[in-house]
Design a protein around this ligand. Structure first.
Ligand SMILES: [Zn+2]
Ligand SMILES: [Zn+2]
Length: 237
């Protein structure tokens, strides 16, 4: 069975039947309907898929998406932690070999349909080869002189604790710094995407509804499919 159901305590109450990942990405992966380039599954584990993203502002932009319809990575059951970290490590390896060491981030909402949720209330981590830091620009986007970031090596446990306390969070792991999170009260939607869009000189293109970035998506699929296949082949005896 591709997607497991969790206890009602951990399943988010937003409708699966309007969720683009549940109705499109994960369904097309099951063989129903046509696969859009951004729904091409490049890697799969029992509980996650790795896909490119609609609105790729840079080539090589990937998402690690939970197969279960949960609000954010903090809402995953504890038992998924090691698998998520392993998928993240593999994804970082594939992106690093093909592009450069990526930045990882998540917009972590604490409820459905909030600006924090970047438009899709279904758990996903962004993995993006950026080559520049996002921390400073995120504070600028939020018009906050300084955000209070908390560094943690136990990031999965930290995100679960935040979710359990119903705190919305921004999670960021970038080059040269330990993973970190902050819990700003008010955010515009797609905060990190806004920061990336400004830093790549396309401030108006942050909204994936406006700019699908299809050319980048197609290049990402072509180059990273090979990278994941090579990694898998190396693992075999
Ligand atoms: Zn969903
Ligand atoms: Zn997002």
């Amino acid at each position: 069975m591709l997607r497991e159901r969790w206890s009602s305590a951990t399943v988010v109450e937003s409708a699966e039947d309007t969720c683009p990942y549940c109705t499109s990405l994960l369904k097309s992966h099951l063989g129903a309907g046509q696969v859009s380039p951004w729904n091409t599954v490049l890697y799969e584990s029992p509980n996650f898929v790795v896909v490119p993203t609609l609105g790729s502002l840079v080539e090589g932009w990937l998402l690690i998406v939970s197969k279960a319809h949960l609000l954010c990575m903090g809402a995953l059951p504890e038992s998924h932690g090691e698998e998520l970290k392993a998928v993240a490590r593999r994804t970082v390896m594939a992106v690093t070999r093909t592009y450069q060491q990526p930045t990882i981030f998540e917009h972590g909402p604490s409820a459905c349909s909030t600006p924090m949720g970047c438009g899709v209330d279904h758990a996903h981590l962004h993995v993006v080869p950026l080559g520049f830091g996002l921390r400073g620009r995120t504070a600028t986007v939020l018009s906050t002189p300084e955000l209070e970031w908390h560094a943690t090596d136990e990031w999965f446990a930290a995100l679960r604790a935040l979710y359990n306390e119903r705190k919305q969070y921004l999670f960021l792991a970038e080059l040269g710094a330990p993973p970190m999170y902050c819990t700003p009260a008010n955010v515009p939607n797609q905060v990190f995407r806004r920061a990336v869009a400004q830093l790549v000189g396309k401030p108006g293109a942050f909204d994936y509804h406006e700019d699908a970035g299809e050319e980048n998506v197609l290049l990402t699929v072509r180059r990273l499919r090979d990278a994941f296949t090579t990694l898998s082949a190396k693992k075999r005896p």
